[in-house]
Design a binder for this molecule. Structure first.
Ligand SMILES: [Fe+2]
Ligand SMILES: [Fe+2]
Length: 427
C-alpha cells in the first residue's frame, strides 16, 4: 500500500538541501560581484568626478591671477620688495577648491610666490611630487609664470577611506539582503515541498482507492463465476463460502510451518479457493447430479473437472499475463484432488510436489464434502469428518495440514454451522 514515505518525496528531500544551497550560493556570488563592482566603480567615479570638479573650478584661475598682478602695477617679483609682498598677498588670499593652490615661478621653475612660501623659505624649486599642475598663465613683463596645482587624485587617502565606508555599507546591505532573500527562498521551497507532499498524498490515496475498487470488482467477479459453477451440485453456493473460510483458517495456522505463507498468500488463497471446482461446468448434469454410484467412464469424466478448470484459468492467464492469484488458482483447480501419497488425480504427484495451496484446499474440500448433504449421500457429523481427516494424515493429506486442522477443528465446526443453510446441516 502506498504511504507518505513512498510517494516520491525521498528524492525531493534529497534534492531540497541541494536546491537551497545552490540558490544561496548564487545569491552570495551575485551580491559579492555587486559589492566588488560597486566599490571599484565608486572609487573610479569619485576620482574622475574630483578631477573634473577641480579642473573646472580652477579653470581660468591662473589667467585671473596673472591679470590681477598685471593690473596691480607690480614691476618686480624680487623677494622682499614691496611689489613682491603685494604679489605674495594676492597668492595667499586665494581660496581654491580641492586643495588647489596658485604659485608664481620664474623661468627656471623656482618658486617666487606661494601660499606657504613664508614658512618654507625662498628660492625653493617647485617639485610637484604630490601635486599636479591644472593651469598656467605667463607674466610676460615679469618673466615669470602663474601656475595652479591640485593634489593628485590618483591615490588620495580620503577617496579610499570613503571607498572603505561604502564597501562596508554595501557588505552590510548584502548580508541583510542575503538573509532576507534566504529566508524567503527557504519559505518558498518549504511551502512548495509541503504542497508537493500534499499532492502526492492525494494522488496516492486516489490510486489506492482506484486499486481497491478494481480489486473488489475482480474478486467479486471471480466469486460470482465460481458460484455459478458451484450452484449445480451444492447447497446454493454456500460450499464456496465455507471452503474459502476453512482454507484461510488452515493457512493462518500453518504460517509457522510454511514461511511462504504471508498475508498476500492468504488473501490470494481466500479468493483462489473459490475456483477449485470451476471445471465442473464441463461435467454433464447427469454425471454431476447422479444420485447413485458413478460408472468407471462417468468417474473419468468427473475427474476431468480438474483439468478443465486449470485449462480455463490458463487461457485467462495467457490473455492477462502472469498474476499470483491466477497462478495459485490454476494450482488449486488442477491439484486439489491430488493425495500426499501420490494416489490422487489428475497427475498422481505426491508430497511437496503438490502445491501447498492445493494441499490446504484438499483438506478443506474433503471436510466440507463429508459434512454436507449431496444428491448421492447424506451429511455426516463433524466428528466423523475429523476422524477421516486424521486417518488420512500422511496418506491423503499433508501431515502439517492435518496438524493444523486438528488444532482448529472446533473453529471449523462453528464456521460450518454458521455458513450452512439449517436444512442441510449435519447432526
Ligand atoms: Fe473438485
Ligand atoms: Fe469442492
Amino acid at each position: 500500500m502506498t504511504s507518505r514515505e513512498d510517494t516520491g518525496t525521498p528524492a525531493y528531500r534529497w534534492m531540497r538541501p541541494l536546491l537551497i544551497g545552490a540558490v544561496l550560493a548564487a545569491q552570495t556570488a551575485v551580491i559579492a560581484l555587486a559589492w566588488w563592482a560597486g566599490v571599484h566603480g565608486f572609487v573610479n567615479e569619485v576620482e574622475g568626478y574630483s578631477t573634473e570638479r577641480i579642473t573646472l573650478a580652477t579653470e581660468g584661475t591662473a589667467a585671473g591671477v596673472a591679470t590681477a598682478i598685471a593690473k596691480s602695477g607690480i614691476d618686480t617679483l624680487e623677494p622682499g620688495t614691496e611689489d613682491w609682498q603685494r604679489a605674495q598677498s594676492i597668492i595667499e588670499q586665494l581660496d581654491l577648491p580641492g586643495g588647489a593652490r596658485a604659485s608664481i615661478v620664474d623661468r627656471d621653475g623656482v618658486l617666487l610666490c606661494h601660499p606657504r612660501l613664508r614658512s618654507t623659505g625662498y628660492g625653493r624649486k617647485l617639485t610637484p611630487r604630490s601635486a599636479s599642475i591644472v593651469g598656467t598663465a605667463p607674466l610676460h613683463l615679469l618673466d615669470a609664470t602663474v601656475i595652479v596645482t591640485a593634489p593628485s587624485v590618483s591615490s588620495p587617502n580620503a577617496t579610499h577611506a570613503a571607498a572603505d565606508l561604502v564597501s562596508l555599507r554595501i557588505a552590510l546591505f548584502g548580508v541583510v539582503l542575503l538573509s532576507l532573500t534566504g529566508v524567503g527562498v527557504l519559505s518558498l521551497i518549504s511551502l512548495h515541498g509541503s504542497r508537493l507532499e500534499s499532492v502526492n498524498r492525494a494522488l496516492a490515496a486516489d490510486m489506492t482507492q482506484q486499486s481497491e475498487a478494481v480489486l473488489r470488482t475482480r474478486t467479486g467477479m471471480i466469486y460470482g463465476l465460481a458460484k455459478l459453477a458451484d450452484y449445480r451440485d451444492s447447497d446454493t453456493g454456500h460450499h464456496l463460502d465455507r471452503i474459502c473460510t476453512f482454507a484461510t483458517m488452515l493457512a493462518n495456522r500453518l504460517r509457522d510451518a510454511h514461511p511462504e505463507i504471508d498475508d498476500a498468500f492468504i488473501e490470494n488463497l481466500r479468493i483462489a479457493a473459490s475456483l477449485h471446482d470451476i471445471g465442473k461446468v464441463g461435467v454433464p448434469d447427469r454425471i454431476l447430479m447422479k444420485p447413485g454410484a458413478l460408472t468407471e467412464e462417468e468417474w473419468r469424466t468427473m475427474k476431468r473437472h480438474t483439468e478443465i478448470g486449470a485449462t480455463t484459468l490458463q487461457g485467462i492467464r495467457r490473455r492477462v499475463g502472469n498474476d499470483p492469484l491466477l497462478d495459485m488458482s490454476i494450482d488449486i483447480a488442477l491439484h486439489h484432488h491430488e493425495k500426499w501419497d501420490g494416489t490422487g488425480y489428475p497427475h498422481g504427484i505426491s508430497g511437496d510436489e503438490i502445491p501447498l495451496a492445493a494441499r490446504i484446499v484438499a483438506a478443506a474440500d474433503v471436510y466440507d464434502a463429508i459434512t454436507s448433504e449431496r444428491v448421492y449421500k447424506p451429511a455426516m457429523p463433524h466428528q466423523h469428518a475429523c476422524a477421516l481427516i486424521s486417518q488420512g494424515r500422511g496418506a491423503h493429506f499433508d501431515p502439517s495440514v492435518v496438524d493444523a486442522f486438528e488444532s482448529v477443528a472446533d473453529e471449523f465446526h462453528q464456521a460450518s454451522i454458521s455458513l450452512r443453510p439449517s436444512s442441510r446441516q449435519a447432526a
